[in-house]
Design a binder for this molecule. Sequence first.
Ligand code: GLU
Length: 446
Amino acid sequence: MKHRIESDGEGNAKSKGKDDARRKEAKPGDKVCVITPKEEIEGLLLESFEPGITLVKLPSGYNIGLRNEDILEIKVLEGREKREEKIEKLSRRKGLANVAMIATGGTISSRLDPATGGVKWLTSPQELIRLFPEIAESVNIVSIESPFRLASENMSPDEWKVLAEKTALLLNKQDVDGVIITHGTDFLHYSSAALSFMLRNLNKPVVFTYAQRSIDRGSSDAKLNLLCSARVACSNIAEVVLVGHATLSDDYCYAIFGTKARKMHSSRRDAFQSINAQPLARVWPDKLEILQAYRKKDVSKEVKADTSFCKKIALVKFYPGQKPDILEYYFAEGYRGVVIEGSGLGHVASSEVKHSWLPAIRKLVRDGVVVCMTTQTIYGRVDPYVYSPGRELLKAGVLYLNDMLPETAFVKLGWVLGHKQWRTPEKAREMMLHNFAHEFSDRLVP
Ligand code: GLU
C-alpha cells in the first residue's frame, strides 16, 4: 500500500473529528473522487482495515492508501446502491444470453486483504460482479450461487457431485443458456473431468474458469477469463470446458475440453494447457474460433446428473526403487481401482528386479481390482508393446489407458466403479476404454 502524501503531523482528536466529517457520506463500494491539497484521485472506495487510512481502488486495478488527515474531501460520484442497481438492470437486458454462475473458492473468489496483505474470500458471490461489472454487459447473469466456498485442494468427490447436481438443475431451466463455474486452479482439472463424466445428455455449455491473481489486482487475469467464459457460455457448444488465458498477454483464451486440461505452471496466467489434443476453440470476448469437433447445443435434451462415485480408488505415482507396498496397502483396505502413473510408455519395476510390482499387481487383478496405467510424461500415450516389461504388465491384467491424463483416469475410474452395472472387472475395463467426453484423442497434437 502506498502513502501518497506525507503527514503534516496533525494526528490529534480534533483532526479525527474533521476526518470523519469529510468521510461520512462515502461508503465502501462507492465510486468516489478523493481530493487532497495535491491531487484528485478517482476510484472505488474500499473497506480499510488500517486506522486512519482511506483505501481506494484505482481504475487500473491497483489500490492506493491515503492518510485521512491529508484528505480535504471525498466526493461520492456514484453510490454503491446505484451501481448495484445498474448491474441488476443490466442482468435483465433483452437480446442477451442468460448465464447462471456458480462461484466456488480459489483466487477468483478472493480479494486483497489490506489488513494482512494476503487474499481472503469475497464476502458474497455477488461481490464478483461488483468488482467486475463488465461481465454483466455481455450476458445476463441471471443467478449467482455458491454452494460451498473451498480452495480446490479442500474439495473431494462430494463437492464434484454437488457441482454436477447444481449445474444440471440450472441447465434444465428454460431461461438458462449456459453455466459458468468459478474455481481454484490447483485441482480444477479434477472437477472439470468429474463434470465431463457426470453430466450425461449434456444440452448446453458448462464453462469452468479461474484466476491466477485476485480480481481486485491490476494484474488480474480474471477479466479476460470471465469475459471469454461468458462468450463460450452463450455459444452453441454443449461441452464441459475450461476457459482461461491462452498466452501470457491479455489477448485471448482457449476453451479446453474438461478431460484434456491440466495445470502446467504454478503461476503463469496461461497455466492450463490442452494435453494431447487441440483446444476446442480460441476465444475472444466477442468471437470464437473453433478448432475441434464438439457436441452442439440442444435445448430439447434434459441433462442427467449421474453422480455415482466409488471413493475406493487411488492414484499412485511410481518412482525408481519403490516397493509395491503401496499396492498391498490399498488391497488390504479394500480399494477397487488403482491408476498408476508409470514411465513414459507405462512401466513400473519389472520381473528383472527383486522389488518387481508384478506379483502385487497380479494379486489385485485376481481379486477384481481394476489396475490402470497412465504416463508420467503427461504428453504422449502409454504403449505396452514396445518393451517386454510392458507386455508382462499387460499379461498381468494392467489396463493401458492410451493418452488419457492420470487425473482424468482417476476421476473416470471412480465414476465408472460407482455404477453397480459396470462393477465387474470386464465391464469396468470396457467402460474405461469407452470415449465418453473426449478423454481419448485419435491423433495426438503437441
Ligand atoms: N490453491 C487454491 C485453489 O486451488 C488457490 C489458488 C488458485 O485459485 O489458483 O483453490
